[in-house]
Design a protein around this ligand. Structure first.
Ligand SMILES: NC(=O)C1=CN([C@@H]2O[C@H](COP(=O)(O)OP(=O)(O)OC[C@H]3O[C@@H](n4cnc5c(N)ncnc54)[C@H](O)[C@@H]3O)[C@@H](O)[C@H]2O)C=CC1
Ligand SMILES: O=C(O)[C@@H]1CCC=N1
Length: 269
């Protein structure tokens, strides 16, 4: 796919910013080929400051000038925007990143079936995202390639069954928030143990980054890698015993289940 692709981003908030920044950095898109629709003046100022060469315009103009439309709106706004002018979407490949909103609803609102439901995540900002996506039946091979190329430019992109999308949302869509909480807590623990805050944060961040890289690159099971850290009678097993006592695994599993449940609810409301 060439970088002359024209993309309309409808909704320039957290997820839209992460996707566009990642795609620009990967040179999958060029600023001149992007049109942004964003009603919030503060958000428009952010775009002007960070990507001043991206044109901000109205929905009709942005979509008319695009090959691909990315709808990065909150789930409760999606229907209002998508179905107000169904003729806007004719001939356009439409990607929706809204949690919970299913292909059936999107097809009904947009009025055609070239629709891809995507669940990206914010590390797309630094090219380390994880996206799951599913395609409506009318999506062509070329459309699928386009979606894969755009999402693959900002991290891994995996096609899944639509029935798996709520679980994808709960693991990787929401996942960066859980990991941030872990890094923050790890750093807090470091401060409690006497480290200055910046050093604690630096060590905590690199530990999460390095561990994720080690799991991905060695292909070894995290349980095995965990065991390799814990010396008999040592510090790690003391910490692990405390985490198990306080229900760490169950807490994380229940958090993922709660997010999946909420994703299903968003699809119904
Ligand atoms: N933030 C995240 O980590 C992730 C978010 N998502 C999904 O992405 C979608 C957007 O989420 P965020 O970016 O976090 O929300 P956000 O609130 O940061 O961004 C939404 C943007 O849409 C704009 N907007 C509101 N009405 C509009 C309209 N009529 N036309 C054009 N733009 C309009 C808002 O001003 C705002 O800038 C949601 O559906 C969410 O489920 C998916 C994966 C991860
Ligand atoms: O919290 C949310 O609903 C969105 C979807 C996944 C991440 N953020």
């Amino acid at each position: 796919m060439n970088s002359s692709l024209k993309l309309a981003l409808v909704g320039g908030g957290q997820m839209g910013r992460a996707l566009v920044a990642g795609m620009l950095a990967a040179k999958t898109l060029q600023s001149e080929g992007i049109r942004l629709v964003e009603p919030n003046p503060e958000s428009c100022s952010w775009w002007a400051d960070h990507h001043g060469d991206i044109a901000i315009t109205d929905l009709a103009t942005a979509v008319a000038e695009a090959d691909v439309v990315v709808l990065a709106l909150k789930p409760y706004i999606m229907a209002t925007v998508a179905k107000q002018k169904p003729q806007f979407w004719d001939g356009k490949l439409v990607l929706s990143v809204a949690a919970g909103i299913g292909l059936e609803s999107l097809i009904e609102w947009i009025g055609h079936g070239r629709v891809v439901r995507v669940m990206p995540n914010t590390p797309a900002l630094v090219g380390a995202g994880a996206s799951g996506y599913c395609c409506a039946a009318a999506v062509t091979d070329a459309d699928r390639d386009t979606a894969q190329t755009l999402l693959g430019a900002v991290g891994i992109a995996v096609e899944v069954a639509e029935s798996q999308m709520d679980a994808v949302t709960a693991v990787s869509g929401s996942g960066p928030a859980y990991v941030c909480l872990l890094v923050e807590s790890l750093a807090d623990g470091g401060v409690l143990a006497g480290l200055p805050r910046p050093l604690a944060m630096q060590l905590a961040t690199q530990t999460v980054l390095g561990t994720a890289k080690m799991i991905a690159e060695t292909g070894r099971h995290p349980g095995e890698l965990k065991d390799s850290v814990a010396s008999p009678g040592g510090t790690t097993i003391a910490a692990l015993a405390s985490l198990e006592h306080n229900g760490f695994r169950g807490t994380v599993i229940e958090a993922v289940a709660a997010a999946a449940k909420r994703s299903r609810e968003l699809g119904k409301s």
